[in-house]
Each structure stands twice: as structure tokens, then as C-alpha cells.
Design a protein around this ligand. Structure first.
Ligand code: SF4
Length: 316
């Protein structure tokens, strides 16, 4: 079993608070930060390895053995086991094997967070068919906005991405929730939304989830929309659309030992608010504040303001 310096597993993280998935245990399938895109709003940070070549990190057995070790403590509190992490998980050639491995270990539903860029490949669609829930993202249907906002690998075309989503949606028997992340001045104009609505009509997801720049972004140019603007966009997309802003799921309850390392493990993946930490670890707001202030005083955590919210970020 491979463990980090603070006794934290390397490939299993959380449980993390999720605006869409409630309480979910994450599996990190690619090294940070490996992605096909380099989105302005990315909360993981800037892409350091941009590629469209799938690869085998050689971590499948470790991922599954870490999950098997964590499940006895958390299984009854989880809404999902989520394949995601520090980049695009479908770049891992063994994602299909990992989904099968998760299903053999637990009845907790399996979710996959993906940017959808590789779904135009039959082998990637095939690999995700056994998941219970797939959450692809699509922020634009226009090539120039795709370039400015998602900063794709040069081999990627937005029309191929949409076609891949259409094909996957036809074949997939689980739930498909399409996320559209709206960034002020980039993809929130009338023409943008009309083109996106047309693409959504072709893809036919079970839900359309509208989001905005909630956490500190990789690039300063990415700013959020107001709640009112998100609500207007949701009305435009129709009855399957909803706004997912801020964490609203209920966290697990009960005392948890070793809170400091668990809080740090959460913050190592992405910046979180005090309420994120409280919800994920089943703490009162006061207890979460206390743990965060201890970590801040020790220099292991720093605060960062974004859109009127205070986020805590791991230092180093
Ligand atoms: S937001 Fe997702 S798709 Fe975009 S750069 Fe970050 S990890 Fe990649």
C-alpha cells in the first residue's frame, strides 16, 4: 500500500464536497496536471502536461487496493465513488478496468467526471459504458470560444467533441449529466447560448447543469456570472437545466480522528471554503474553522479571496 507523507493515500482522496455529487470519494487516475485542455477556470491549476495520447500510469492495482482499504470506514456515507482527479481521467488507458474493479468492491454508484474530449474514440466510449453516471462538460459549441476558454490541445476540434458526446449518449444506459460552465464575457452571450442549446438538443443529456467560476481559477481572466444570469440561462435551456452553485449536499456526520491530515488532503486537491470542509467531514462550522486556523497558523494553509468567498489552499 502506497501512502503519502502525512499518511494520506495517493490516489484516493476525500470524501470531497461536491456541488453535484453530494459526498463522494475521489479516485485520481492521472498525475497532476495532465489534461487535453487548459481551461481558464480550472480549479486544479494550469495544465503542465497537455496531451491527447492515452497512457498507462501503472497505478491501477494501487488505486484499487487504496479504495479497498478506505471503503470500510466510508462506504455507508458515500453517494458516489468518482473517477476524476488532477486532469482528464479518460487519458488513463485502464479506466474501464478501474470502473470494473470499483464495481467489484462496492455497490456505491460509480461516477466519471470528464471533459468529453476523447469520447469521439470508440474505445473511450466503450470504457465508460459500465459507469452509473457520466458527467461530461461542454462550455461552447464555437471553435473560437473553445480556443480562448478551454485552450485545447491542437489536435482537438469542438465539432468532433460534440459528435463524441452524441454517440456516447446514444449508447450509454446510465445517467448523463452535462455540465456547462459559464464564464463572464466568454460563453454567456446570446449567440454562444443559442449554439450550446443546439448542441444540447443533439446530445440529449438527462440533465444540464449550469455552473460558473466558483473557486479560484487557473487564469485571472475567468470571472463568474451572477446567480440571476445563471437562472436566466437555465430558463433558456429548458426544464432539464438546473443551476449548480455552491455545495448543497449533506456531509457525513460523526467524529473523525486525524482531522488535520484529512483537511490537508482535501485542500491538496483544490481550494475549499470552511463550509466545504465542514460538510465533507461532518463537522460544525466552528470545528472546521478551528482546524483551518490551526493549519493556517502552522503555515500549511493560506487563505485566498475569490468572488466574495474565502478559500483555504494548501501551501507548497
Ligand atoms: S477544468 Fe477539467 S478539462 Fe479543464 S483544464 Fe481543468 S481538468 Fe482539464
Amino acid at each position: 500500500m502506497e501512502k503519502g507523507a502525512a499518511g494520506i493515500y495517493q490516489h484516493v482522496f476525500g470524501p470531497v464536497p461536491s456541488r453535484r455529487l453530494g459526498v463522494s470519494l475521489g479516485l485520481d487516475l492521472v498525475p497532476a496536471k495532465t489534461c487535453t485542455l487548459d481551461c481558464l477556470y480550472c480549479e486544479v491549476g494550469r495544465t503542465t502536461r497537455q496531451t491527447v495520447e492515452r497512457f498507462r500510469p501503472g497505478t491501477t492495482e494501487i488505486v484499487l487496493s487504496e479504495l479497498a482499504a478506505v471503503l470500510p470506514d466510508w462506504e455507508h456515507r458515500l453517494d458516489y465513488v468518482t473517477l476524476a482527479g488532477s486532469g482528464e481521467p479518460t487519458l488513463n488507458e485502464e479506466i474501464g478496468r478501474i470502473i470494473a474493479g470499483v464495481r467489484s468492491l462496492t455497490d456505491v454508484p460509480t461516477a466519471v467526471l470528464t471533459n468529453g474530449t476523447l469520447l469521439n474514440r470508440p474505445e473511450v466510449r466503450e470504457a465508460l459504458l459500465e459507469a452509473d453516471l457520466v458527467l461530461p462538460s461542454l462550455d461552447t459549441a464555437r471553435p473560437e470560444t473553445f480556443g480562448r476558454l478551454n485552450r485545447p490541445h491542437p489536435d482537438l476540434e469542438i465539432e468532433e467533441l460534440i459528435e463524441g458526446l452524441v454517440r456516447f449518449s446514444r449508447a450509454f444506459r446510465g445517467d448523463l449529466w452535462l455540465e456547462i460552465l459559464l464564464v463572464a464575457g466568454f460563453n454567456d452571450g446570446e449567440e454562444e447560448l443559442a449554439a450550446l442549446k443546439d448542441a444540447v438538443g443533439r446530445i440529449r443529456p438527462d440533465r444540464v447543469q449550469l455552473n460558473t467560476v466558483y473557486r479560484p481559477p487557473a487564469y485571472r481572466a475567468a470571472g463568474p456570472l451572477s446567480r440571476e444570469a445563471l437562472d436566466r440561462a437555465a430558463s433558456f435551456f429548458g426544464p432539464r437545466a438546473e443551476v449548480v452553485a455552491g455545495f448543497s449536499g449533506g456531509g457525513p456526520s460523526g467524529e473523525i480522528d486525524g482531522l488535520g491530515p484529512r483537511v490537508l488532503a482535501m485542500l491538496a486537491r483544490r481550494p475549499c471554503t470552511r463550509d466545504d470542509v465542514a460538510a465533507a467531514l461532518g463537522l460544525t462550522a466552528e470545528r472546521a474553522s478551528y482546524e483551518l486556523s490551526v493549519l493556517e497558523k502552522s503555515g500549511r494553509v493560506r487563505t485566498e479571496k475569490h468572488d466574495r468567498n474565502c478559500f483555504f489552499r494548501q501551501v507548497g
